[in-house]
Ligand binder design. Structure first.
Ligand SMILES: C[S@@+](CC[C@H](N)C(=O)[O-])C[C@H]1O[C@@H](n2cnc3c(N)ncnc32)[C@H](O)[C@@H]1O
Length: 312
């Protein structure tokens, strides 16, 4: 779609330190251009901030207190630029109109915080290898289904696949299937492509790198891709954890929901954990991120270790 810039505006485009900025031409005085960064009207007013933050909170659970106004403004500047819009008013009118339904997807791409890593919080993967998988296999289980809820760009899901594959080869053969879900389509695309910068796997032991990552033919690109044997066991899809019912007709043995609930308030966290538990089998394991807890929550989980729980 194309949105025209009102012709009444007279702007000069200037390049400062590699960043393209568009400024109003000073009409008088000796004012420095660097003082002008945004088009007039591209500052988020309190009214627009409240409109957007209430929507993001109600629809996606993500808390947006007033302290996040500048962050939201700067992240959404990218969307204004992409849509060639010159004010947040224009953007709000569009995003809340029937024509703007797809823009919500792009908005969530820039609003969500997607930080993740391979083998992030490594003790969880050690716990899987040393406790969970031996427990499952000792009970005769030979297939495991895992859900990475809030998977971001897929590093967590592929780390689970590597962990399961290693266990299966060195201990007891076990089949496995992993599902990753997120609200951001942008990170999901990376997850499906399974292509990462080589730096991202710098800390992974060489034996695992050789087994599970392919290097790009052009070494200058410094990219790696997860091997097809693992990719075929990991699937990704868009799912909003705020949905009343999750469109995922499966029950899992293990759910990872790490560093995602941290953006929700306590009440929402409790509701989401209860909904996730409906998809976790009895005695299945549930993992939270290092700074998340279920203290004082009414959820069907039993504490095993900090951030590790079992479905009652
Ligand atoms: C910081 S990342 C965590 C990634 C990974 N689990 C980890 O621990 O490394 C949080 C992810 O949660 C996703 N997220 C936030 N709100 C969500 C929602 N309502 N439904 C689904 N995913 C959501 C974000 O898009 C983001 O990719």
């Amino acid at each position: 779609m194309s949105v025209g810039i009102p012709s009444t505006r007279a702007n000069t485009n200037q390049s400062t330190g590699g960043i393209n900025i568009s400024v109003d031409k000073p009409t008088h005085g000796n004012m420095l251009n660097e003082n002008y960064q945004y088009h007039y009207g591209t500052e988020l007013t309190d009214k627009e901030f409240n409109q957007l933050s209430s929507f993001i909170y109600n629809e996606y659970g993500i808390k947006m207190p007033p302290a996040k106004k500048i962050m939201l403004q700067s992240r959404l500047q990218k969307r204004l630029k992409a849509l060639k819009m010159t004010s947040f008013k224009e953007y709000c009118d569009y995003v809340f109109s029937p024509e703007g339904v797809n823009e919500v997807i792009h908005m969530m791409d820039v609003v969500s915080t997607n930080k993740t890593d391979f083998f992030r919080e490594p003790t969880h993967f050690e716990f899987l290898t040393d406790v969970v998988l031996p427990e499952f296999t000792a009970a005769g289980q030979r297939a495991v289904k895992i859900w990475s809820a809030g998977s971001s760009s897929g590093e967590e899901a592929y780390t689970l696949a590597i962990t399961l594959s290693e266990f299966s080869q060195s201990k007891t053969p076990i089949d496995f299937q992993i599902i990753g879900t997120d609200i951001s389509t942008q990170v999901l695309k990376t997850a499906i492509d399974a292509i990462y910068k080589e730096d991202k796997i710098a800390d992974i032991p060489l034996t695992l790198k050789k087994k599970y990552f392919l290097r790009s033919k052009d070494p200058n690109k410094r990219l790696v891709r997860i091997v097809p044997e693992l990719r075929q066991r990991v699937k990704f899809g868009r799912l909003n954890l705020m949905d009343d019912v999750y469109s995922i007709g499966e029950t899992f043995d293990i759910i990872f929901c790490r560093n995602t609930l941290i953006y929700f308030d306590r009440e929402t966290q409790e509701k989401v954990i209860n909904k996730l538990c409906r998809h976790l089998r009895s005695n299945g394991y549930f993992f939270l991120g290092h700074s998340e807890s279920i203290t004082n929550m009414n959820v069907p989980l039993k504490h095993i270790k900090p951030t590790i729980f079992k479905r009652i």
